[in-house]
Ligand binder design. Structure first.
Ligand code: MLT
Ligand code: MN
Ligand code: ZN
Length: 294
C-alpha cells in the first residue's frame, strides 16, 4: 500500500487567509512550512488511487502529486474514488473540483450521502456512484474497515432528519503485505472501540486540531471565542483526558501522527513546549507531501 499525505491542516489551512495568529504569520514569513487542508491519497496496487476526503485545496494537491498525474491517455487518471470521513465543507468542497472526472465512486456514512451539498450539484455534471461506507469495502488489494466515531454533524446539516454516525474513521489493510493505516481526522472524543480499531496498525493519523480547549481564544486574543471552538467538537491533545495521554499509554510499533492541525495549535511551533510534549509522548506531527509505504 502506498500513501501520500496530501494535506495536514484543519479548515483554513496554514496560513489561513484571514488569520494573523503567530503560526499563520510564521508560515506567511516562511519560517515554518505552510500546510494545506487534510487529505490523503492511498493505493493498494500503486495503480488505482483513492482519496480520503476532498479538501478545498484539492486542485493544488492533485497537480503537485506525481502518483496522481494523468496519462498515458489524454484524459486517463489513476483516481478511482473518494472516501469521506464526514460531510464538513473542509472535507468535501474538493468534490466540486473533481467534476472533470468521468466516473468516480464516493463512499461516505449514510447521513453524509443524504446531505452533502456537492452531491446534489455534481450529479448534474457527472454520473458518479455514491455508496454507504458502513459495512466496509474491498478494492484493488485493500480492505477498508469503518468505525463510527460520532454524531457531530456539519453546521449546514443541523436540521437534517438523519441518524448518525455523521463521522467515521477508516482502517486500510493491504491484503498482500498486511500493512495497516488508520485515518481519523475528526475525533470529538476517544471513540468506543478505537483502541481495537487501531490495534496492530503501522500508522494512525488522528485529529490534531487543538492542543487546548481554549486555544482559539488565546491565539486570536479573544477574536474567536472558546464556545466557537467547543462547537467544533474536537478532542484536544493536552490534559489528562486528551489524546496525547491516550497515546503515551500505548507505545508500541504503531506510529501516531497528528493531522487536521488547526493553525492556532501551538504544536506547529517547533520551539514550543506543546511540540516537545508531542515528541515526548512518542507521537509526531504529520507533514504535507509525506509518502508512506506499507
Ligand atoms: C471541523 O473540523 O470541526 C469543521 O471543519 C469546522 C467547521 O467548519 O465548522
Ligand atoms: Mn475541519
Ligand atoms: Zn492563524
Amino acid at each position: 500500500m502506498r500513501i501520500v499525505v496530501l494535506g495536514t491542516a484543519a479548515g483554513g489551512g496554514v496560513p489561513q487567509w484571514n488569520c494573523a495568529c503567530g503560526n499563520c504569520r510564521a508560515a506567511r514569513e516562511g519560517s515554518t512550512a505552510p500546510r494545506t487542508q487534510d487529505c490523503l491519497a492511498i493505493s493498494g496496487d500503486g495503480t488505482e488511487w483513492y482519496l480520503v476526503n476532498a479538501s478545498p485545496d484539492l486542485r493544488h494537491q492533485l497537480t503537485t502529486c506525481a502518483a496522481l498525474a494523468p496519462g498515458p491517455g489524454p484524459r486517463q487518471t489513476p483516481l478511482r474514488g473518494v472516501f469521506l470521513t464526514d460531510g464538513e465543507l473542509d472535507h468535501t468542497l474538493g468534490l466540486f473540483q473533481l467534476k472533470e472526472a468521468e466516473g468516480l465512486a464516493v463512499w461516505a456514512p449514510e447521513a453524509v450521502l443524504g446531505s452533502v451539498p456537492a452531491r446534489e450539484i455534481v450529479v448534474s455534471y457527472r454520473p458518479w456512484t455514491w455508496r454507504a461506507s458502513n459495512d466496509g469495502v474491498l478494492l484493488d488489494g485493500l480492505r477498508v474497515d469503518v468505525l463510527p466515531v460520532s454524531d457531530k454533524r456539519p453546521k449546514y446539516a443541523a436540521d437534517v432528519p438523519a441518524e448518525g454516525p455523521w463521522v467515521v474513521a477508516y482502517r486500510f489493510t493491504d491484503l498482500v503485505t498486511g500493512g495497516v493505516l488508520v485515518y481519523a481526522p475528526c475525533l470529538a472524543r476517544w471513540p468506543d472501540g478505537f483502541d481495537e480499531f487501531c490495534a496492530g496498525a503501522d500508522y494512525v493519523l488522528l485529529d490534531g486540531s487543538f492542543h487546548e480547549p481554549g486555544e482559539m481564544a488565546t491565539a486570536t486574543h479573544g477574536d474567536v471565542g472558546s464556545p466557537a471552538q467547543r462547537g467544533m467538537g474536537h478532542l484536544p491533545l493536552a490534559g489528562p483526558h486528551g489524546s496525547l495521554a491516550r497515546i503515551g499509554r500505548r507505545r508500541g510499533r504503531t506510529r501516531w501522527l497528528y493531522t487536521h492541525v488547526n493553525n492556532t495549535n501551538p504544536v506547529l511551533d517547533p520551539t514550543s513546549a506543546a511540540h516537545a510534549a508531542v515528541i515526548e509522548a512518542g507521537a509526531e506531527i504529520a507533514t504535507d507531501g509525506a509518502v508512506l509505504q506499507l
